[in-house]
Design a protein around this ligand. Structure first.
Ligand SMILES: [Zn+2]
Length: 290
């Protein structure tokens, strides 16, 4: 009788051990084989970046002009994905915010990160009013803001240093949220449309800028992307989000600075949507040519 009891106990113990191993394996394999995918969407002259974390959390930064972003999201996301975990608006110029208004109508937004800067633009108003209708938690960016995901992806806001909620800017580009997104040893730096004066402030403030991938600021404008800033970032890959435009974007000067920093340059107007995939050990890059 006693032995029978012990036998049952051992069986139960082995059963528990197997379950624990299975849970550990599922958790470990998700981390070990998981990849962070970064898509620089092909939305014309504007910014829109989609990040899929290893555990399929969705981060969308800006929505580009028009509604091209909806087509791009349909191509990249599985049809059943109807939720965006973190939505970021770097600054409310139309080439960043216009596509976000319809996105907030079609997707449930869990968290939104904005600056709250003052600016008159119908798409911005629509976007803000859609956010307030939703069950969205809204965060106002400052350098203490960060988001960490349970699969190891970390979003670190570097700028604005302090909240600029309710403030207006002479140059709205300089209100852009700057963030460094990291996974394992990889990092991606997104700096919206900031100009050289903000670049200088970031460097002199000692912000950690060093990154493998850099999105060209302000679509490759010569008023951004200074050589000393790129020295601090030292990217391997630079992606320029650009379409047909009258501003001369991207400028030769910016392209030269990217190349002098040792980076390989990709452009959405020539390469189409650019996908970069980062795993624990390797990375690969894929472009969808138009
Ligand atoms: Zn822009």
């Amino acid at each position: 009788m006693y032995f029978l009891h012990m036998k049952n106990f051992r069986r139960f113990f082995v059963f528990l051990l197997l379950i624990a191993c299975a849970l550990f394996y599922i958790h470990y394999s998700r981390l070990a084989h998981g990849r962070m995918h970064v898509y620089f969407l092909d939305v014309g002259q504007g910014d829109s970046i989609l990040i899929k974390t290893p555990s399929d959390k969705i981060i969308l930064i800006d929505g580009g002009p028009g509604t091209e972003v909806l087509t791009e999201l349909n191509s990249v996301l599985p049809f059943f994905t109807k939720k965006i975990d973190l939505l970021v608006l770097t600054h409310p110029h139309a080439d960043h915010v216009e596509g976000l208004a319809p996105v907030t109508e079609r997707y449930a937004i869990d968290k939104a990160l904005i600056t709250g800067v003052e600016y008159e633009n119908e798409y911005y108003e629509e976007f803000l009013s859609n956010l307030s209708d939703d069950e969205t938690t809204v965060y106002f960016a400052n350098e203490m803001t960060d988001f960490s995901f349970d699969d190891g992806v970390f979003v670190d806001v570097l700028y604005p240093f302090e909240s600029i909620d309710g403030r207006s800017f002479d140059d709205l580009n300089d209100s852009s949220i700057v963030m460094r997104i990291s996974y394992n040893d990889w990092s991606v730096l997104l700096a919206g449309d900031i100009g050289k004066s903000v670049e200088r402030e970031l460097v002199s403030n000692g912000a950690i800028l060093d990154s493998d991938v850099f999105k060209a600021s302000h679509h490759g404008s010569k008023n951004s992307n200074s050589s000393y800033f790129l020295e601090a970032v030292s990217p391997n890959i630079v992606v320029v989000q650009v379409g047909e435009n009258d501003f001369g974007h991207p400028t030769e000067e910016a392209i030269r600075n990217f190349e002098n920093a040792g980076a390989e340059v990709f452009r959405t107007d020539q390469d189409g949507r650019v996908e970069i995939s980062l795993s624990l050990s390797t990375s690969y890059l894929r472009s969808q040519f138009p």
